[in-house]
Design a protein around this ligand. Sequence first.
Ligand code: HEC
Length: 112
Amino acid sequence: MKMTLKVSLLSMGLTCCALWGATLQATELGDVDAGRQYAEQYCAGCHDVATPNPMETGSGIPTFAVVANKPRVTRTSLVVWMQSSHPKMPNLMLEPQDLDNVIAYILSLKKN
Ligand code: HEC
């Protein structure tokens, strides 16, 4: 009984590391074009995803260019944002690949 518990804990640990490794690896990638397509389909209803101009619109919803050019915004902060819940934005569950792509796209709007 004790044995079984140890084994399953160990395999849980391994699965966890494998997942973590995969996420780490995946966050280094991301296809900007696929991300733009995804954003146009799923995010453009609220966000202006296309304008390269980082100007506030007054709607309370930042354009993706505004998001990208906030000094505090990084790949990590975007991953955290997308995986946590917000009062004003729906909780969107993105597939890891879509998440990478969308984030790559947002970051591609960063000036300099
Ligand atoms: C139903 C409307 C709606 C949709 C759809 C939506 N958003 Fe948002 N989003 C908002 C609002 C509103 C805010 C501003 C929230 C705030 O300031 O609390 C926001 C803010 C953000 C931010 C700002 C993060 C920051 O650090 O300032 C990011 C990034 C973001 N959205 C990404 C996305 C992505 C990616 C999608 C598509 C997969 C998406 N949103 C779809 C309404 C939406």
